[in-house]
Ligand binder design. Structure first.
Ligand code: NI
Length: 254
């Protein structure tokens, strides 16, 4: 059994075959999927998909690349959504200094306010940090007290990983672990306690080897689990069972 703790199955790339894609995940042993929103609209769509499919749960939140689309009243809507039985996480939220579609100040403002909503509603969060390690850490230290969740697609150093673990966060592992240019990531993932790792695909993006370059989908979380097992020198079964338990605990899944 595996869990894909971060996917975007509302994406238009699945409009032709969404039912088959979700069924295929089950065939691959992926019994649970958390589909993340990145705008208010996609969050609402994620919730509809979670209502439609068994084993699919939703995250609701506004991604830093979409920061300008977030309206003042949306924070109340987000808080309301957090009470939905199939909404299990506030996300995805964070900072993206690679694209910088909105100013850094604006991104930080909506990141912090969404962390506040998560704290009020006692929900875990899924955090996007692209080229923004310093500010992400500073904000989590100051504004993330009492919160937990995943640092989605972790791309920082071992020192950053250790600090996050101390603060109670979990690290999300995605397709880049399987890439030839993964640099230090395999070494880091080998050293982190298995109890603190979460598997994710970020579908439809970041397809792992051997599907690299194609459309990603939750079924392929299996390839990420295989790679985690390989770099740690343990069995696939151990990775699957521990990371599934982690996901159930962090996101309070059924
Ligand atoms: Ni994502």
């Amino acid at each position: 059994m595996l869990v894909d703790t971060h996917a975007h199955i509302d994406d238009v790339k699945y409009d032709e075959d969404r039912d088959e894609m979700v069924a295929r995940a089950k065939e691959y042993g992926v019994t649970r999927i958390i589909t993340m929103g990145d705008t208010m609209t996609s969050s609402s769509n994620a919730i509809k998909l979670a209502e439609k499919y068994d084993g699919v749960y939703a995250g609701a939140g506004v991604h830093p690349q979409e920061a300008l689309s977030l309206m003042p009243g949306d924070y109340d809507t987000l808080a309301q959504w957090m009470t939905h039985p199939k909404v299990k996480v506030l996300g995805e939220i964070g900072l993206d200094y690679y694209y910088e579609n909105a100013s850094r100040e604006k991104q930080q403002e909506i990141f912090i306010r969404q962390l506040d909503v998560a704290r009020q509603m006692h929900m875990p969060v899924s955090i996007h940090d692209r080229d923004a390690h310093g500010d992400t850490m500073a904000i989590l230290k100051k504004e993330g007290r009492g919160l937990t969740g995943s640092i989605h697609c972790f791309s920082g150093s071992y020192e950053m990983a250790k600090e996050l673990l101390k603060m109670g966060w979990f690290l999300g592992v995605d397709g880049p672990l399987t890439f030839k240019n993964a640099a230090k990531l395999p070494e880091i993932i080998a050293k982190i306690p298995l109890e603190r790792l979460l598997l994710e695909t970020d579908s439809p993006y970041l397809a792992p080897v051997p599907k690299r370059g194609r459309r990603n989908e939750p079924a392929y979380v299996k390839y990420i689990a295989e790679k985690v097992a390989e770099v740690r020198g343990i069995s696939f079964e151990e990775v699957a069972s521990q990371t599934t338990q982690n996901a159930i605990n962090v996101f309070n899944l059924d």
